[in-house]
Design a protein around this ligand. Structure first.
Ligand SMILES: Nc1ncnc2c1ncn2[C@@H]1O[C@H](COP(=O)(O)OP(=O)(O)OP(=O)(O)O)[C@@H](O)[C@H]1O
Ligand SMILES: [Mg+2]
Length: 217
């Protein structure tokens, strides 16, 4: 039995990939799921955060931004809990390979029209998969202001383009960058706080989607 490979990707820099990747990993780790976080980005954002004081609460972090990153993910999926891959914010062979290895592709989208255009580029990459197996795919709105016009607009634009969006959002909160200063995520700082609750909602919704797929298989 292999565990789920979750690839976090967009071709747009700064959309929240590394933040979401570390938040999900810490959340599942605190829940006893033994996730592994692969840093496949040569910028090494995850490695840098993990080197700080709180060390992402002890989450296992593997650095592999080489052409072997997807093979590393497959290998780890035999021995760990969910494998979460943080990819670079540009198109690269490593990203394409990590998309091809994914059971679940999570695409963080900032509530801006520019991010949507890059997202659509990303979808064409997903359709190009050679083995015909489509991974589960969900967009996640990040850095939003709840109930803002732009967030609602982006949500409906994605829906019109036929792109499924998680109901849960990661809103714009200073707690995210502040926690990373200490090598932490909001779940490690204040487990019951509002940011930790939204991370839990995103993770649980992903589990629900994955569970539904498994039940249907
Ligand atoms: N929900 C949020 N609220 C506030 N700030 C956020 C949130 N999510 C991310 N950020 C901040 O936005 C910046 C970009 O986030 P992050 O590094 O996660 O993006 P990225 O997609 O990984 O970027 P890159 O493409 O460069 O790898 C960081 O400073 C991060 O702390
Ligand atoms: Mg990043």
């Amino acid at each position: 039995m292999t565990s789920t490979i979750i690839t976090i990707a967009t071709m747009k820099g700064g959309s929240g990939k590394s933040t979401v990747a570390s938040c999900l990993a810490v959340y599942w780790h605190l829940g006893g799921r033994h996730p592994t976080l692969i840093d496949a980005d040569p910028q090494r954002s995850i490695m840098r955060i993990a080197a700080r004081e709180r060390a992402l609460g002890g989450v296992v972090v593997v650095e592999d931004a080489t052409a072997e990153a997807s093979a590393t993910a497959r290998c780890l999926s035999h021995s760990s809990g969910p494998v979460i891959i943080d990819t670079p914010g540009f198109r690269s062979q490593t990203t394409l390979d990590c998309l091809a290895a994914a059971d679940f592709v999570l695409v963080p989208v900032k509530a801006s029209p520019f991010d949507i255009d890059r997202m659509l580029d990303m979808l064409s990459v997903l359709k190009d998969r050679a083995d015909g197996r489509r991974p589960l795919f969900r967009c996640l709105l990040t850095q939003t202001t709840r109930d803002s016009v732009i967030a609602r607009h982006v949500r409906s634009e994605l829906a019109e383009a036929g792109l499924p969006v998680l109901r849960s959002e990661m809103t714009n909160r200073v707690t995210y960058p502040e926690a990373s200063l200490w090598g932490a995520t909001p779940s490690l700082i204040d487990r019951r706080g509002p940011a930790a609750q939204e991370i839990a909602a995103v993770a649980d919704e992903m589990d629900f989607v994955l569970g539904t797929r498994q039940a249907a298989a």
